[in-house]
Design a binder for this molecule. Structure first.
Ligand code: KIV
Length: 255
């Protein structure tokens, strides 16, 4: 039902999505988001890994358990880490584990033509799947936006149609060219959620830590809506000052 409602937003209202890795953040985002993704971007954002490939199944499950506690209304989707869905059998075993342990509403997988059988297997087993096309951090060697040339364009459009046919309920389009985002979005019946993929998508997603200016990332597609690092600094500096000057804890904060 939740998934159906989500799909029905296509062509009616723009879809709002963000990543979260923990309960308290998720509980704030839940008031504004249609979808919250426990993305494997947590590997670079929280653990300083060079790539998302280092994120393990256990790590994503533990963060997702925390996020679950903060969500009441949004759809919660969990990224399947690298090497956890190399074939239908492995994907089903690991997706079932994610769904059972995290009570998420579905999983997200990166790739097109190569993973259609895998998606089909999960969907047949009642596991909702979100696809991910364009820049694929789990397999691309270096970052380069996609859809510059005819072959890339044709492949992404073909893959988007294949993902829909395989049963995916939605897909992320990461860093693809503006006209291609429109072509894909207009060619399929499920919502496209863009990140660096123009406003021609059905919805948008950003990594939350990027949006608040906590993660020191400088890429074209990230708009920083606040400089939370500066706000945090102010608070911590006041606290340090109070401690040094013996102002904290005052009577009010003591027993
Ligand atoms: O891992 C992630 O956070 C993602 C988003 C960037 C879509 O896949």
């Amino acid at each position: 039902m939740k998934i159906k409602k989500f799909i029905n937003k296509k062509n009616k209202t723009k879809i709002v999505a963000l990543t979260a890795y923990s309960k308290n953040i998720a509980s704030v985002l839940d008031n504004y988001c249609d979808l919250i993704l426990v993305g494997d971007s947590l590997g670079s954002v929280l653990y300083n890994y060079k790539s998302t490939k280092e994120v393990t199944l256990n790590t994503i499950i533990e963060h997702s358990k925390s996020v679950r506690m903060g969500i009441k209304r949004s759809l919660m989707i969990v990224d399947m880490p690298y090497n956890t869905y190399r074939n239908p059998k492995e994907a089903l075993k690991n997706a079932k584990l994610i769904m059972k342990k995290t009570k998420s509403d579905g999983v997200k997988l990166e790739g097109g033509k190569k993973i259609t059988k895998i998606i089909n297997t999960l969907v047949k087993n009642n596991i909702p799947v979100m696809g991910h096309l364009g820049v694929l951090p789990q397999s691309d060697k270096k970052f380069k936006f996609k859809g510059e040339n005819k072959v890339e364009k044709e492949n992404i459009l073909r893959d988007a149609k294949l993902l829909e046919q395989s049963g995916a309920f939605s897909m992320v389009l990461e860093c693809i060219e503006t006209s291609l985002a429109k072509l894909v979005t207009d060619s399929i019946g499920i919502p496209t959620i863009g990140i660096g993929a123009s406003k021609n998508c059905d919805g948008q997603i950003l990594v939350f830590d990027d949006l608040i200016g906590l993660n020191p990332i400088k890429v074209r597609f990230v708009k920083k809506y606040t400089n939370i690092k500066r706000e945090l600094s102010k608070a911590v500096s006041k606290y340090a000052n109070d401690v040094k000057k013996r102002k904290f804890p005052s009577k009010k904060y003591s027993y």
